[in-house]
Design a protein around this ligand. Sequence first.
Ligand SMILES: C[S@@+](CC[C@H](N)C(=O)[O-])C[C@H]1O[C@@H](n2cnc3c(N)ncnc32)[C@H](O)[C@@H]1O
Length: 343
Amino acid sequence: MTASRDQNIGRTPHIPVLLRPLLAACAPVRGLWLDGTFGAGGYTRGLLEAGADCVIGVDRDPLALQMAQAWAGEYGDRLRLVAGNFSELDAHAGALLDGVVLDLGVSSMQIDQPERGFSFQKDGPLDMRMSQSGESAADLVNTASEARLADILYHFGEERASRRIARAIVEARSPDPITTTLRLADIISKCLPRPKPGQSHPATRSFQALRIAVNEEFTELVQGLVAAERALKPGGLLAVVTFHSLEDRVVKRFFQQAAGEEPNANRYAPVKENTTARFELVTRKAIGPDDVELAENPRARSAKLRVARRTAAPAKDVDAGTLDAPDLPQSQSKKAQTQKGQR
Ligand SMILES: C[S@@+](CC[C@H](N)C(=O)[O-])C[C@H]1O[C@@H](n2cnc3c(N)ncnc32)[C@H](O)[C@@H]1O
């Protein structure tokens, strides 16, 4: 989540979102914690100041860890930084944990730097890779089939004009590939009605969708939750902050299932075996920002915090399908792969 549009990365204040309620829900904070989305280190510092003995800060963005070098020394061996994905957080931890925090999405440093290619407000290369490696948004936009692009916009951005936008992208990219954020934003804007005052930019949903696809955010989220379950001690806490309803739905389902509190959708279905709960819910309802936080940081508006406590029951693998994690139709992905191979 970003907190400023300041262009100067060194001065960009990143206001940690929902940190106060997170620390309150996790109190007393003790022992070994892992912050799977280190970013500017706001949560990590909060946990260390609140009493964690040691925090392992993980981020897939090498720049986030590089920036922390300026202050990490203050905490000596109480802070360990690891470059990697939170989907493998149990391997990064190498020991059982007292707590895991995940603050999903992008940071101020990422979105406010035009050269990272996340923003439709400022021109930059169409990149969007948090890890700065692998397939970029430009690669995706210029090579995916029209059907795959439409699926990405629809499933990951809930964009109702997905087909219209996908068609416009495919028409525009040949013979002149789309390589900059503002050109893509302009192509998308022309497919949609002009926004009314107060409405978000027309490219908001499409940029979210492409970012999710480029960074495989739902695969990371599901695997990260499962990895946290494996890594936590009995009594250990898992706190997750989400920024849109698609993410929150996955976290909510995961916690409900793991706590054995899943609502039975079909009242005629046979009564399920009473499985041992792997988590207990600490927050029964998601916590959002209060008025004070909203006044300080309007971008916290859509943030939601959920916290659960690990029990002693053995960890289980979870099928992503049962968590309602958005995914692309398999056939389209395969078609896109083939098309890519032909180019
Ligand atoms: C919203 S920011 C976190 C901000 C942080 N809580 C703070 O207070 O400074 C999200 C960070 O998580 C990182 N990130 C996102 N997905 C990740 C993943 N799957 N694995 C590791 N890091 C990830 C991003 O690179 C970004 O730096």
